[in-house]
Write a protein that binds this ligand. Structure first.
Ligand SMILES: Cc1cc2nc3c(=O)[nH]c(=O)nc-3n(C[C@H](O)[C@H](O)[C@H](O)COP(=O)(O)OP(=O)(O)OC[C@H]3O[C@@H](n4cnc5c(N)ncnc54)[C@H](O)[C@@H]3O)c2cc1C
Length: 441
């Protein structure tokens, strides 16, 4: 098969990497022999890629491997079964397209990640969560069956609940092969819009206390906070389903984004903009009246180009903290940021409850903290790693960057995971790097 060269960057690293690439454009019927799409497994490792929306290079192949995107030319890429409340969808369909289709038919997904550009394949492989992980679990909980294509054999097979491969595919980051098609459980649309409320919190204590309390009675909830050398600032966004029609769209005009992000090459302008946005977003008045918004919240997807705010690349880290360590952990992180004069814009915090079903899925209960910083801050990175490792908090692989020195704790089955990847000739930049770090632990 002929590969082309293409540039790829993960969401956290804006600078592109050039890789061998192919789109496996598979025609029609899922049960057809696919031997013509076989790659030469003697020479190439491969990795499946969705929309490349992960913060780390988890879907970019190593320099000598190949990055593969799946595409199926079918008459319908989304097939709804109203009797069973399921949908059969191709892995390259993105969440926005699927959601719009479902809404038009009176249905929706139970779990939606913060990026609407993410594909169904990427959502299964990373077992993504939404803003309702305090009640609805994660994406994998709604997967019924998966068609997987093995490009080293040129064959596809179906996996269902009960098969080991099923649980290694959900949250397994592509180690079982290429996800071709997925059957998902869907729900009737609970309303026409969501009513959005905001709460401003000016200390880590009040943020965590309010978030835990409000999560008890909300359909969707998420909070964002920033770290700079001034007072702590954060906002909680609470959304509940409503039968009213949406009045407001959350989309920030691209012209505004373009203006802000045009001069981001300039260090001082960047820092000024982060500080300005921190005041604008987190100190602005809470709206006096709840707003009816489109049925789901994709706040970070609505601001085009915000990943350039930290310069050419940034580190995003997401980890799970037991409930009673939340405040202490946030304060520890803030102190480390201040020591290195780091500043951030969109750190986030969510409540996780329940257990994940995938063998390698991101941990279960606690407070999920996501933080970001410029990738040149290596000393801060090391100190944070030591701080996090000491506490033993698990880190989410999809959000890890190569510059960070830790291997995620809490993934008890990672050795088997590496072995499956090796057997299936699956490897990505990040996977190799994780393997190296795992050896050194
Ligand atoms: C603004 C923003 C907000 C986000 N918010 C959230 C959030 O709220 N919750 C959350 O959980 N995540 C969130 N994420 C992360 C993102 O949703 C996940 O990383 C998701 O997996 C990205 O999907 P993708 O299609 O871009 O997959 P990629 O990033 O391309 O790949 C992700 C993983 O899936 C594998 N993969 C993708 N497609 C296939 C396939 N067809 N077959 C086999 N393997 C495949 C890749 O190998 C890789 O391991 C956010 C990201 C951004 C940029």
């Amino acid at each position: 098969m002929a590969f082309t060269k293409k540039n790829f960057s993960s969401f956290g690293a804006v600078n592109p990497l050039r890789r061998d690439f192919i789109t496996l454009d598979i025609e029609g019927n899922l049960n057809k022999p696919f031997s013509q799409y076989k790659i030469n497994s003697k020479t190439k490792n491969y990795i499946g890629m969705g929309a490349g929306q992960s913060y780390g290079p988890i879907s970019i192949s190593k320099p000598n491997g190949v990055t593969i995107k799946m595409h199926r030319s079918a008459s319908s890429k989304i097939t709804l079964d109203k009797n069973k409340s399921t949908v059969l969808v191709d892995s390259d369909v993105n969440i926005r397209t699927l959601n719009n289709y479902l809404i038009a038919n009176g249905y929706c997904l139970s779990v939606m990640p913060g990026s609407d550009k993410a594909t169904v394949g990427g959502c299964v492989a990373a077992d993504v969560h939404g803003k309702n992980c305090h009640i609805n679990g994660s994406f994998g909980d709604y997967v019924i069956s998966i068609y997987i294509f093995d490009p080293t054999l040129g064959k596809s097979f179906l996996v269902e609940k009960g098969d080991n491969t099923f649980y290694w595919t959900i949250g397994g980051f592509g180690v079982t092969g290429l996800i071709l098609c997925v059957r998902l459980k869907i729900i009737m649309l609970p309303g026409n819009s969501m009513v959005l409320n905001e709460i401003r919190c000016l200390s880590p204590e009040s943020l965590i206390k309010s978030l835990v309390k409000e999560s008890e009675n909300s359909d969707d909830i998420g909070a964002w906070f920033c770290i700079d050398n001034t007072k702590f600032k954060s906002k909680i966004y609470i959304a509940n389903w409503s039968h009213k029609n949406p009045k407001t769209s959350l989309k920030i005009p691209d012209i505004f984004s373009r203006f802000i992000f045009t001069f981001l090459g300039l260090y001082l302008w960047r820092r000024f903009m982060i500080k300005f946005l921190n005041c604008y977003i987190y100190l602005s008045k809470e709206s006096q009246h709840p707003r009816e918004i489109n049925s789901v919240m994709f706040p970070l997807s609505t601001i085009t180009g915000w990943n350039k705010i930290y310069g050419s690349s940034f580190v995003e880290r997401q980890f799970l903290v037991p409930f009673n360590y939340g405040t202490e952990t946030m304060k520890g992180i803030i102190n480390i940021y201040r020591k290195y004069k780091a500043i951030s814009l969109f750190c986030s915090i969510k409540i996780f409850r329940g257990k994940r079903i995938g063998f390698m899925s991101f941990a279960n209960e606690g407070i999920c903290l996501s933080i970001q910083y410029e990738s040149h801050l290596k000393e801060l990175d090391n100190e944070l790693t030591i701080f996090l490792l000491k506490q033993g908090f698990p880190e989410y692989i999809a959000k890890i960057q190569q510059t960070s020195t830790s291997f995620p704790t809490g993934y008890k089955r990672y050795k088997t995971w590496f072995n499956i990847a090796k057997k299936n000739k699956v490897d990505s930049i990040l996977m190799s790097w994780l393997k190296m770090n795992a050896k050194n632990r």
